[in-house]
Write a protein that binds this ligand. Structure first.
Ligand SMILES: NC(=O)C1=CN([C@@H]2O[C@H](COP(=O)(O)OP(=O)(O)OC[C@H]3O[C@@H](n4cnc5c(N)ncnc54)[C@H](O)[C@@H]3O)[C@@H](O)[C@H]2O)C=CC1
Ligand SMILES: Nc1nc(O)c(N)c(N[C@@H]2O[C@H](COP(=O)(O)O)[C@@H](O)[C@H]2O)n1
Length: 227
């Protein structure tokens, strides 16, 4: 599977304010670029923190891109994936509508009742444990997605899930829009939260810089080595 991470951050590395409310960091040109990246993906993934904070839809904005996908024998919209240890996705979340298939990667800690409620709401629930039994192991979850035909996955955030993807060593590309603003706040989400690396760090190769709106997109390939 090829994994592309895309996010928008302020110059001080924040994805949103400390209130964790959705914030428009990029502009129309960058949202069009994001739509193109989505259109190339088989699925778009977020963490449940993002679902609760933003209630995103994660479908394509441009009808032409949907038509092109259908012409190529693909679903009109990419599938949607939520990493959601205990099944906290609200049953009325926008990502559970019928615009695309939605997979919820949950842990065995999710109750049968909760799983059933989410399936009734429209989700395909996939149970993926980790060593502790109450989290989702990213590598195992991505294998489960590959078994369902997902070869190209776009990860949109938030910071906890992006960190987990780097920690699992599954990221191939990173695209970061750096908007010309300062958000600040020690508790505001950043591009990579989680526990953080202390000894060895994922190494990135800068392969592109491009201006969109009043910001810049930095594009990286992610090497397999660490330093
Ligand atoms: N500017 C941007 O491009 C974006 C900004 N955001 C912002 O990010 C914030 C949400 O980010 P976060 O709070 O970091 O939440 P998140 O979206 O990364 O979700 C984290 C949650 O996912 C669950 N989870 C299950 N297994 C996990 C695993 N293996 N690794 C990590 N999480 C796992 C946990 O319940 C965890 O609390 C919101 O404020 C949202 O607006 C989100 C996406 C893009
Ligand atoms: N690329 C980008 N730029 C921004 O300025 C943003 N605030 C975000 N946020 C993420 O975009 C997603 C919204 O999806 P829908 O438009 O509802 O489909 C969601 O994941 C946001 O957190 N992204």
């Amino acid at each position: 599977m090829h994994v592309v991470v895309n996010a928008a951050q302020s110059v001080d590395g924040k994805l949103a304010t400390r209130r964790r409310e959705q914030l428009r960091i990029s502009g129309a040109e960058d949202f069009d670029r994001v739509d193109r990246v989505r259109a190339a993906a088989d699925a778009v993934l977020v963490g449940v923190g993002t679902v609760i904070a933003d209630d995103p839809h994660l479908t394509l904005d441009e009808e032409d891109r949907r038509v092109e996908r259908l012409r190529n024998g693909r679903p009109g919209n990419p599938a949607r994936v939520v990493v959601d240890s205990t099944g906290r996705t609200p049953a009325d979340a926008r990502i559970l509508d019928d615009a695309a298939t939605t997979y919820l990667l949950v842990s065995p800690a999710t109750s049968d009742e909760r799983r059933e409620a989410l399936e009734i709401a429209g989700a395909e629930v996939v149970v993926v444990g980790d060593d502790d039994g109450d989290g989702v192991d990213i590598a195992t979850g991505f294998d489960a997605l590959a078994e369902r035909g997902i070869d190209r996955l776009m990860v949109e955030g938030g910071g906890e899930v992006i960190y987990s993807c780097f920690a699992a060593g599954v990221v191939d590309e990173l695209h970061v829009y750096v908007g010309s603003m300062v958000i600040g706040g020690r508790d505001a989400p950043t591009l990579a939260d989680g526990e953080g690396f202390t000894e060895s760090f994922p190494r990135l190769d800068l392969v592109g810089t491009e201006r969109f709106d009043d910001g810049v997109v930095l594009s990286y390939e992610v090497g397999n080595g660490e330093s």
